[in-house]
Write a protein that binds this ligand. Structure first.
Ligand code: FES
Length: 138
């Protein structure tokens, strides 16, 4: 014997579907095109401790939509974390590139240029300063 769906169970089920759609993948919340404004942020905003940015690598700051890299020891760069192909949030920095999970584009950590498409435009550079042990927006 089955119980007919009540209004409450129907609402709960539709809410679960809405949450699934809104959250997308659980793998770091990446792979979803971003619709927020590029370059948003306040000058002086603390981004990341320098110790959290590996030499020859970088750190994706998803909430700030920025990726901070350290191509050489003591040299810090930052780029938009929004892929220039179809605006997915990049997901990782590995082997000298910033990688987009959606279609596989890769961008060089030193200058944001495209190493592998389908993206054709570089990641826009973001202005940062290093203040003691902290990377901040400039
Ligand atoms: S959105 Fe990044 S590769 Fe397509």
């Amino acid at each position: 014997m089955t119980t007919p769906a009540t209004r409450r169970t129907v609402l709960l089920a539709s809410g679960a579907v809405a949450l699934t759609v809104a959250c997308g993948s659980e793998e770091g919340g990446t792979g979803t095109p971003s619709d927020t404004t590029e370059g948003a942020g306040t000058p002086g905003q603390e981004l990341v401790p320098v110790a959290d940015v590996p030499v020859g690598g970088g750190t994706v700051l998803g909430a700030q939509e920025i990726v901070v890299t350290q191509p050489e020891a003591g040299e810090f760069k930052a780029f938009s974390a929004i892929c220039t192909h179809q605006r997915c949030l990049v997901s990782e920095v590995a082997d000298g590139t910033i990688n987009c999970p959606c279609h596989g584009s890769r961008f060089r950590i030193a200058d944001g240029s495209v190493e592998r498409g389908p993206a054709t435009r570089p990641l826009p550079e973001e202005r940062i300063t290093v203040d003691g042990n902290t990377v901040r927006r400039a």
